[in-house]
Ligand binder design. Structure first.
Ligand code: PHE
Length: 327
């Protein structure tokens, strides 16, 4: 006869879950477990003794099962050293998001797209012809000065585009008016301080039709920029000179909010705009007596600085996660 109380003691003294599992198997295995066998053997016992033996066996069965269960808990369930832990701690996955600049570019395309503007594209390495000449920028214009322009070494008359305006030329050479286009992209100038970077982003706009006027220009820009900034901002237009527009304007936006005190209430230039110069239309084979329209070229970092109260434009490019995570 099996001495069940011995098993009870072995369970109490067990040191590991594996040891408990072995006892469990010895007792309760369906094939040859001692308890299993003993219960099966009941049928061969004399009828008068059977009832009492069955009662005894069932008592031990219950006692030993709960002892096993208790001890398992005491040993810490599946977490003790020799137990196999099927869970695996993965590092928490961080979700990324678009950088402010591409996010703004998408928004520009969407907002102007709703107003019927086509999105165009052009190369960042541009010819002097498109970046300057065809835009009515004479060769002695200060914008060509080595102060501003990166010339490509070894390739004659080639520059890193200083503005997105050459895309106006490319677009007009390929399309027949009337049209409206927008072109966001990178531009390059030899400049570097809190509000200038040697590489920055602009979006160009061009709208040519039969009777497009400065009033349309103002309407389009104020509507679009208010939506892009996401709140009412004060705008100001003042005259400005760009060889490819006549008349030419510059548009400023007011620094508002809790930016450094010295900037609060000051104007920040957003970019240039105006009516496309007749010389430019002639340069691309569009008759200025039949067609007219406006163009604008705005920075992308500048409105973002106003929108998010960012004091230094260089933060956009440093890749500092403490900066990036805020947006
Ligand atoms: N290209 C000009 C600049 O970068 C801006 C501009 C574009 C002005 C279109 C007028 C018309 O400063």
């Amino acid at each position: 006869m099996t001495n069940w109380s011995d098993y009870e003691q072995r369970i109490t003294r067990a040191q590991s879950s594996a040891e408990l599992d072995a006892i469990d198997h010895e007792l309760f295995s369906r094939k040859a477990g001692l308890m299993t066998e003993a219960l099966k053997a009941l049928k061969d016992i004399d009828a008068d003794k059977r009832k009492e033996t069955a009662k005894d066996l069932n008592m031990w069965k219950g006692k030993l099962s709960s002892a096993l269960e208790e001890k398992h808990k005491e040993l810490g369930g599946g977490n003790n050293n020799d137990a196999f832990d099927i869970t695996l701690d993965l590092p928490t996955q961080e979700r990324g998001h678009l950088h402010l600049i591409p996010e703004f570019i998408r928004k520009v395309e969407e907002v102007f797209g709703r107003m019927g503007f086509d999105t165009a594209d052009g190369p960042e390495i541009e010819t002097e012809e498109y970046n300057f000449n065809k835009l009515n920028v004479p060769s002695d214009h200060p914008a060509r000065d080595s102060q501003d322009t990166f010339w490509i070494e070894g390739v004659k008359n080639t520059v890193l585009r200083t503005q997105t305006s050459p895309v106006q030329i490319r677009y007009m050479l390929e399309h027949k008016p009337p049209f409206r286009m927008i072109c966001p992209g990178k531009v390059y100038r030899k400049d570097s301080d809190a509000t200038h970077s040697p590489m920055f982003h602009q979006f160009e706009g061009l709208m040519i039709g039969k009777d497009i006027s400065l009033a349309n220009l103002k309407g389009v820009l104020v509507t679009a920029l208010t939506e892009l900034i996401g709140r009412e901002v004060e705008f100001r237009f003042r005259t400005g000179y760009f060889p490819f527009v006549e008349p030419g304007l510059e548009m400023d936006m007011m620094w508002q909010g809790d930016i450094e005190d010295s900037r609060e209430g000051r104007w920040l230039e957003m970019g240039g705009c105006g009516m496309v110069h007749p010389n430019v239309l002639n340069n691309v084979g569009i008759d200025p007596n039949e067609w007219q329209g406006f163009a604008f070229g705005f920075g992308i970092e500048r409105p973002l600085m106003i929108k998010h109260q960012i004091p230094d434009l260089r933060s956009f490019y440093e890749g500092d996660l403490r900066f990036l995570r805020q947006f």
